[in-house]
Design a protein around this ligand. Sequence first.
Ligand code: FMN
Ligand code: MN
Length: 491
Amino acid sequence: MAYSSFGEFVQALDAAGELKRVTVPIETDLLIAEWANREMKSLGGGQALLFERPIVDGRESSFPLAINTIGSTRRMALALKLENIDDLAQEIQLILKAKPPTDLREGWSLLKQGLNLLHARPKHVKEGACQEVVHLLDGNAPGEFSLRDLPILKCWPKDGGRFITLPNVHTRDPDNGARNLGMYRMQVYDERTTGMHWQVHKVGARHGKRYYERGERMPVAVCLGGDPAYTFAATAPLPDGLDEILFAGFIRKKSVELVKCKTIDLEVPADVDFVLEGYVQPGETRPEGPFGDHTGFYTPLEDYPVFHLTAITHRRDPIYPATIVGIPPMEDFYIGDASVRVFLPVFKMNFPELVDMTLPPEGVFHNLVFVSIRKQYPYQAFKIMHGLWGMGQMMFSKYIIVVDEDCDVHNTSEVLFRLCANTDPERDSTIIRNPSDSLDHAPGSQNIGSHMGFDATRKLPGENYHREWPELVKMTEEAQRLVDALQKKTG
Ligand SMILES: Cc1cc2nc3c(=O)[nH]c(=O)nc-3n(C[C@H](O)[C@H](O)[C@H](O)COP(=O)(O)O)c2cc1C
Ligand SMILES: [Mn+2]
């Protein structure tokens, strides 16, 4: 069953031996980030950290800060209350199997119907723990409660300021009222103003554009903490229109309870730790950044919308959730990896030849994709590349390497061996044009670029290979068994 607060999840991490408590006072300016980076870089993602006494501008915050809480395969599974992330993939596969969809659009809409049937639909409640304490910010005097009271991190030395790094941003489509939940970082400008870094391809930005066109103020609610299933849902690459709240209800096997905000016309999960209520004003932008990003580089200053806070509400005993990004591997790798695993059945449904897929940490999500297929006909590797490049956020994939089904895509060394051994570069590569991730600094212009695919599968007749494909060297099973036994005997 679901977690009723972020604190309850942190306790579960503690009970599982996955939490280190840091009881000494520590600066939120770089020092927590440095500590967390060391932890994230240790074997398998290290442990979660609870900083009980974060210092902001020389003053101890009243709120503890937790970081790296989902930064390992095991903690990600604990966050979703699963033995194994693949169990969730299996549940999704069951929904899709009920009536095999014929294309991707139908697949997603079936998934949506399936989620509805599973009582994932949210409930509306009158009160929520997230509003146990209410601070109205409109017109408050200097020194009153504000963003300054939260232990918000400055992550890297050349960052433009402090950033809220795990914000679950709730918006609504002004045309049809559809909800969206996305994770978009927020730079703190002052006590009650932040940036709103939704990139052009994201749903928050699309909602915003419609409000600006209508000349209407856009209500935005930002939630911190609560059940970590919300955070996972906010980052998941769901298609536009598939409600993340519904999806969160499905993964936590419990309807999300929604409560009305105090100062804006939006609803938020009642059990989150903090809610930042406010609005984005049409046409208003401000330089955002620089920020030490998940690319491993600083993203430069760029104009983004501005978020004005009207209220901060919180639990009586909240925990502030944070992460840092930077040179991989970082915590966000495990979030992305879980997404790929969970949605693999949806990909497989559209591409029956697809066996497995992974986005290795070195590629920071979009730069590198390894995919294995059961190849049946010539140029099928190219077909799968083009399919992926046409699919939601997979459009950003800079390099796609396709291998045969007997290659383990989770073993980078094995994939590179196949790439090097099996390709004739001219014949087996293709370069296309597609939208690029806004954060990719390599293309000459932002948001567009070239992407490259490699067919590292063995070549079939008809694929411009005019010799006999050689056989991979492999030991007999009997010899393996015998040596296993001998080695066991000799210790
Ligand atoms: C830690 C973390 C930080 C992120 N920061 C941003 C960000 O600042 N801007 C952005 O557009 N996407 C960011 N993302 C990616 C989006 O959350 C992701 O693309 C999500 O699927 C967007 O949801 P949407 O399709 O509903 O817009 C971040 C992801 C993670 C895990
Ligand atoms: Mn969305």
